[in-house]
Design a protein around this ligand. Structure first.
Ligand SMILES: [Zn+2]
Ligand SMILES: [Zn+2]
Length: 81
């Protein structure tokens, strides 16, 4: 059994209201998809170095005003593996 992000694997949905315009934010994907595991993006790599193994960070973006926010999703044991 392996650990995986429940959001990446479609097990859960995250619904988050935009703090800027109160619109419903959408999951824009895992940050790993954006920057890769060996990111040169310094802020993210230092901030998440400690928790990278246990969690997956998603970018939630507001389709209305473009505001975005990083959300840390805790990895869970994946069923069926
Ligand atoms: Zn994920
Ligand atoms: Zn918004």
């Amino acid at each position: 059994m392996s650990m995986g992000c429940p959001l990446c694997n479609g097990l859960i949905k995250v619904e988050l209201k935009c703090l800027n315009c109160n619109g419903l934010m959408e999951d824009a994907g895992s940050l790993e998809d954006y920057y890769g595991p060996y990111s040169p993006y310094e802020e993210i790599s230092t901030e998440l170095a400690h928790s990278h193994e246990e969690s997956c960070v998603h970018l939630m973006a507001c389709p209305v005003c473009g505001w975005d926010k990083r959300v840390e999703i805790k990895k869970v044991p994946l069923p069926g593996e």
